[in-house]
Ligand binder design. Structure first.
Ligand code: IMP
Ligand code: MG
Length: 178
């Protein structure tokens, strides 16, 4: 375990197993869908989770990436800015946004609004982690890997000041590190 990590919450194997379940569920939910689904990874945190998840989805799908600025340190900035937009059109598309963690919910809320504004037909959300107790707006993920308490977590894509994204597990960052 990394020296800055207080404890491991979810091991690599637990995350892989959960991705298999989520992939099965998403496959089932969209198998009779008329259109291909567009999976949109929110950079950068979603990348390891997205890589695990899409392999478990047995559908004709496309994927793309979007980047929204969000956090300075450990607190939410309140508003978001698109720093890297999608390459493809979202008009009339069924979209599944892939997020590493939902905290206040603002990022997901704003991105959903934006995609609908750009003409998306339907937007759902899958998140590896959910901090329900931190929610400040009325929004929820359609698919959640794991519910967690109000602790700052790192690993499997999740960072603190751009570090720790490469850890192969999700762990709690030691308080003395922030
Ligand atoms: P929200 O807009 O408040 O829901 O924030 C979501 C974003 O905040 C995530 O995409 C993460 O980048 C970041 N975030 C929230 N909680 C944590 C955490 O515990 N560890 C690392 N990043 C976090
Ligand atoms: Mg993020």
């Amino acid at each position: 375990m990394h020296k800055d990590c207080k404890k491991i919450l979810f091991t690599e194997q637990q995350i892989i197993d959960r991705c298999k379940e989520l992939g099965k569920q998403i496959t089932e939910d969209y198998k009779d869908n008329h259109n291909d689904v567009l999976f949109v990874g929110i950079l950068k945190g979603s990348v390891p989770f997205m890589a695990e998840l899409v392999k478990r989805i047995d559908l004709n799908l496309q994927y793309d990436f979007i980047a929204a600025s969000s956090y300075v340190g450990t607190e939410s900035a309140g508003d978001i800015k698109i720093v890297k937009d999608l390459d493809c059109s979202v008009v009339d598309r069924d979209i599944v946004l892939i997020e590493d963690i939902i905290d206040t919910g603002l990022t997901i809320k704003k991105l959903k609004e934006l995609l609908y504004h750009k003409g998306a037909h339907d937007v759902k959300v899958v998140a590896l982690l959910n901090k329900q107790s931190r929610r400040t707006c009325d929004i929820n993920a359609d698919y959640v890997g794991f519910e967690i308490e109000n602790e700052f977590v790192i690993g499997f894509g999740l960072d603190f000041q751009q570090n720790y994204r490469n850890l192969p597990y999700v762990g709690v960052l030691k308080e003395e590190c922030y």
